[in-house]
Ligand binder design. Structure first.
Ligand code: SAH
Length: 231
């Protein structure tokens, strides 16, 4: 088994690389991929750069070029569900693209023909994450993550996303990674720690908490790696 671990930004994968220790760096399609053997299992770690297009490229590369057969995403997100405070963890049960809009033709937001509004994550990985959460004594919320190519820092935009997708958190990569993994039949898991609440002061909050929240997410992901390896 080969496990892909993805983030969008350097800060999201740095704490993972620290845990792994030694790795081989390969450049491919404008990104760096870090390959390691960890507890006897092969890992490929990479950050994609921000947004749906870059994350699509990286997820596809991890699967098609590096032959990974499970993908774990670690990163930060804007919280919508009021239960989610800065530093809290959310695991996606399903994801959507909140900026995919051909409603002019009578379709619902997030839908294109032959696609679906939501892509569900892997049930077995969700189950494993419950075990990790209880072993760590950590509260983890399961919910809907909405993805789009905007940093959301506006309450009315946030409300609009809730209206269409009933989302609990939003970010800029999960929905596209979900589409890739679903199409290529690779089980995937999307974890995010909250860095801001996607309203007017989101960019200040993001700058203050992105690094600490990225570490919280990375620590949980490494426990997930242990679980996946031991199954
Ligand atoms: N500060 C960065 C830009 C960060 S963009 C820079 O200047 O380079 C926000 C990143 O964090 C994205 O990868 C996204 O997935 C996540 N994110 C956190 N809060 C978000 C929010 N409120 N809206 C959208 N994405 C958010």
């Amino acid at each position: 088994m080969k496990i892909a671990i993805m983030g969008a930004m350097p800060e999201e994968v740095a704490p993972i690389l620290e845990k792994i220790g030694t790795y081989k760096t390969t450049e491919y399609a404008g990104n760096k991929y870090y390959e390691a053997t960890y507890k006897g299992t092969e890992l490929v770690v990479a950050y994609s750069k921000i947004g749906k297009v870059f994350s699509t490229l990286t997820a596809t590369t991890m699967i098609e070029h590096f032959s990974c057969d499970v993908l774990l995403f670690s990163g930060v997100a804007g919280g919508i569900n009021p239960e989610l405070k800065i530093g809290d963890l959310i695991v996606a049960t399903k994801l959507s693209q909140h900026d995919l809009d051909i409603t002019a033709f009578g379709h619902p937001m997030g839908y294109v023909p032959e696609g679906s509004v939501f892509v569900e994550t892997d049930k077995d990985l969700l189950k494993l994450s419950k075990e990790v959460a209880s072993e760590l004594g950590k509260k983890v919320i399961e919910g809907v993550i909405a993805t789009g190519d905007q940093f959301v820092h506006d309450s009315s935009m946030k409300e609009n996303i809730v209206k269409h997708f009933n989302a609990d958190a939003l970010e800029m990569e999960g929905g596209s990674v979900a589409v890739v993994c679903n199409a290529l039949n690779v089980p995937f898991f999307i974890l995010r720690a909250i860095s801001d609440t996607a309203d007017t002061d989101a960019s200040f909050s993001f700058d203050e908490f992105m690094e600490s929240s990225a570490i919280i997410s990375a620590e949980f992901i490494m426990k997930m790696v242990d679980k996946v390896i031991s199954k």
